[in-house]
Design a protein around this ligand. Structure first.
Ligand SMILES: [Zn+2]
Ligand SMILES: [Zn+2]
Length: 189
């Protein structure tokens, strides 16, 4: 049986909610890549102000993952936030995957051209969001960073890295997703 992935919008008092149409596009792609049943949650989870760091003006990605863990359903979760996230010793993060919790989070704020005072480019924005979503869920399927710069599992240090890669895992990474699925079936039988 295919595993469930929940696409969970996140809200806060300092950011807008992600657009429902964008969440559907993410869900469609995740279903295809991971051969999973993907459910888009309609109700956003509101993140408390304690996860906000006023000095950095960012939210702690780790604290949000911990918060989501408390109400977690069985399956994998991709939380989608439209506000800026950080992790210790990093200025910001595009996303984070909590392997032990099966919860990943992405922030879409820095994926818009407008964030850098550039003209809006909706197609490029959507493509970046899909790449970050597939990448973080890929980590939950135990994929590591891939040396192939075209592979979605390649580490993005900056947006040019993200723009340079495709929306899909390379053949090698794709094979590892399948292997993982087979291992799971063996364990269950
Ligand atoms: Zn990564
Ligand atoms: Zn790869």
């Amino acid at each position: 049986m295919a595993e469930h992935i929940y696409v969970q919008p996140i809200s806060s008092s300092r950011g807008r909610e992600p657009d429902a149409c964008l969440l559907e596009k993410i869900a469609h792609r995740l279903a295809g890549v991971f051969n999973a049943k993907v459910i888009v949650e309609r109700e956003p989870v509101h993140i408390p102000g304690t996860a906000y760091n006023p000095r950095r003006r960012q939210y702690s990605a780790e604290m949000i993952v911990q918060f989501l863990e408390r109400e977690k359903k069985s399956g994998k979760v991709l939380a989608v936030a439209d506000f800026d996230l950080y992790a210790p010793s990093l200025n910001f993060v595009f996303g984070l995957a909590g392997l032990l919790t099966d919860i990943a989070i992405i922030s879409i704020s820095r994926l818009r051209q407008e964030f850098y005072q550039l003209p809006a480019d909706p197609a490029r924005f959507t493509s970046r969001v899909i790449k970050e979503a597939v990448h973080e869920i890929g980590h939950l399927y135990e994929l590591s960073h891939c040396p192939d710069t075209r592979c979605v599992m390649h580490f993005s240090n900056s947006l040019p890295d993200t723009d340079g890669k495709s929306e899909d895992p390379c053949a090698k990474c794709r094979k590892m997703i399948k292997t993982y699925g087979k291992t799971k079936i063996v364990e269950a039988s």
